[in-house]
Design a protein around this ligand. Structure first.
Ligand code: HEC
Ligand code: HEC
Ligand code: HEC
Ligand code: HEC
Ligand code: HEC
Ligand code: HEC
Length: 350
């Protein structure tokens, strides 16, 4: 059975999905055989002539839940260095989105340039900073993603964005909702590209709505593990709640703060909007300006959250920070030379 190779998997995987809008591995695009094997043995493929090869079996099975391999290895058999599925580990050896991968890159092996300090580390047993969550067996894909999605309609709400768990870290939802192709302002994320393939995951084909101006569903999702790092301006872990509105933060705002609201030496909308290549912010009106062009008439209700500063999987910089000066297309790591370049996207100092 070890002779089963990955060759041919593209047709196998994609036939299952077809060209529907929305996320893969859910509803009609959930194909059991991509991940499960019934007897931990398989001598030929699923076509009646024996062809049609699928995901290889790991060498130290059988595995629990009839899986073809250990979870990270199973997912990475398609999600690392393949052309037909988004690459998520270290350098992108598969399909390369034009402006880089929205989620960036996980690390695992503590080797340059993807050291363990550059973002989420597969297999890590460390506690999540700001909280107590840890996985004694090591961090894996399904600590964050639901392997089967949540079924049902994928157009609006229901199954969360990128099949993310409703309850990451054991903290109950609401989860991160999304719309595809046509923006729905009551959803949290807008995927502009409906088709599967490389640019479905392009940084510039994902934008962030702000259905509730005091909240961030994305920030709340990360908070499931990083407990203390998120909240509104009314939460005591985030801000001196007796201070003037939106001032005297204890932790950098991730919701309920508008760029330029306070004025003076605080964040500055003119500074942010003068940049041609801006980091992602949440917009309640679905207006994010045009990528590559300074933004005339930027609205005064734009709010930073985790995705403004971090790549969710990580990148080549410590903490997965985006070093973006705003002067050039920043890709996954940023066009700058220091984390301070990021601060200059919104702040006047230095
Ligand atoms: C047999 C190959 C295969 C395996 C194994 C596999 N995937 Fe995928 N995955 C795909 C393909 C194909 C896509 C969609 C590619 C595209 O959009 O072009 C995809 C897409 C995804 C997406 C993005 C969903 C979206 O459309 O926005 C996530 C998240 C994901 N996979 C997670 C996982 C996890 C977690 C595992 C392991 C439990 C896993 N995958 C195992 C092939 C695979
Ligand atoms: C992308 C990979 C993937 C695909 C495709 C997939 N599964 Fe799973 N499945 C998993 C993983 C990973 C687990 C183990 C979850 C765990 O360790 O808690 C699992 C667990 C299960 C379980 C145990 C209960 C549960 O939900 O955890 C059942 C039953 C199951 N799968 C059935 C199916 C069926 C039926 C299909 C096809 C309709 C399917 N799976 C498709 C990855 C997948
Ligand atoms: C399921 C729990 C979980 C969720 C959800 C989660 N994290 Fe983490 N995170 C961890 C753990 C555990 C660590 C420490 C081990 C490691 O670095 O992977 C960590 C570490 C980090 C680090 C430090 C990385 C480093 O190399 O120093 C950053 C930054 C981070 N997370 C950001 C985020 C952001 C942003 C989100 C939301 C998109 C998020 N995390 C969601 C569990 C989680
Ligand atoms: C700590 C949580 C976490 C872990 C662990 C994690 N992911 Fe993700 N993943 C996310 C988040 C959050 C996003 C969406 C980020 C965004 O759009 O800003 C994402 C996005 C993705 C995407 C879409 C690609 C892209 O660039 O947007 C795929 C595919 C994916 N993950 C697969 C995986 C696989 C496979 C694994 C395990 C090898 C894994 N993820 C581990 C949190 C995680
Ligand atoms: C304004 C930019 C910014 C925003 C917004 C932001 N971070 Fe960070 N984060 C950083 C920087 C920079 C660091 C590096 C340490 C430092 O300078 O505080 C960091 C460090 C971290 C760490 C590692 C802490 C440690 O102990 O090593 C985690 C985890 C983290 N951030 C998670 C989050 C989560 C979750 C969110 C959203 C709820 C978020 N961050 C929002 C900039 C940001
Ligand atoms: C996308 C825009 C954005 C980016 C990038 C950003 N900030 Fe902020 N920051 C804000 C907003 C909005 C506030 C809310 C209060 C304000 O305007 O000062 C804020 C608040 C702060 C405060 C607290 C001010 C107070 O009144 O308590 C500090 C300090 C700060 N940021 C530092 C940084 C640093 C350091 C970086 C780079 C790692 C950074 N910020 C990146 C938008 C941003």
């Amino acid at each position: 059975m070890r002779k089963l190779l990955l060759v041919g998997i593209a047709a196998f995987a994609l036939l299952a999905g077809g060209a529907i809008a929305g996320d893969y591995h859910t509803g009609a695009s959930l194909n059991c055989a991509e991940c499960h094997v019934m007897h931990y043995s398989q001598t030929h493929g699923y076509n009646s002539d024996g062809s049609g090869i699928t995901t290889p079996l790991g060498g130290s099975g059988p595995y629990h839940f009839l899986l073809r391999n250990e979870i990270n290895a199973l997912c990475l058999s398609c999600h690392d260095n393949q052309t037909y599925a988004p690459d998520v580990l270290a350098a992108n050896g598969g399909n390369v989105p034009t402006n880089g991968r929205q989620a960036g890159a996980l690390n695992r092996d503590n080797t340059a340039p993807y050291y363990d300090a550059t973002g989420h580390t597969l297999g890590s047993t460390d506690a999540a900073p700001g909280g107590t969550w840890s996985n004694a067996d090591g961090l894996n894909c399904i600590n964050c993603h639901q392997q089967h999605g949540y079924g049902g309609s994928v157009a609006v709400g229901n199954n969360p964005y990128r099949n993310l768990l409703y309850s990451a870290g054991g903290t109950a939802g609401p989860g991160v909702s999304y719309s595809v192709g046509t923006n729905v302002l009551t959803t949290d994320v807008f995927e502009t590209s409906a088709g599967y393939g490389g640019d479905h995951y392009d940084i510039q084909n994902v934008a962030f709505n702000e259905p509730d101006e005091t909240a961030s569903a994305y920030g709340a999702w990360c908070q499931g593990c990083h407990t203390n790092f998120h909240g509104s301006s009314a939460d005591a872990n985030m801000r001196n709640t007796t201070a003037a509105t939106q001032e005297e933060w204890y932790r950098h705002p991730t919701a309920d703060a508008q760029i330029g609201f306070v004025g003076g030496g605080h964040s500055n909308l003119g500074v942010y909007s003068a940049h041609a290549y801006r980091v992602h912010v949440m917009s309640p009106t679905g207006d994010w300006g045009t990528w590559g062009t300074a933004w005339t008439g930027a609205p005064a209700d734009l709010t930073p959250s985790c995705m403004s500063c971090h790549k969710a999987h990580g990148n080549q910089n410590a903490f997965g920070i985006i070093w973006a000066t705003g002067a050039a297309n920043w890709g996954e790591n940023g066009d700058g030379t220091t984390y301070k370049d990021l601060c200059g996207q919104c702040h006047v100092q230095g």
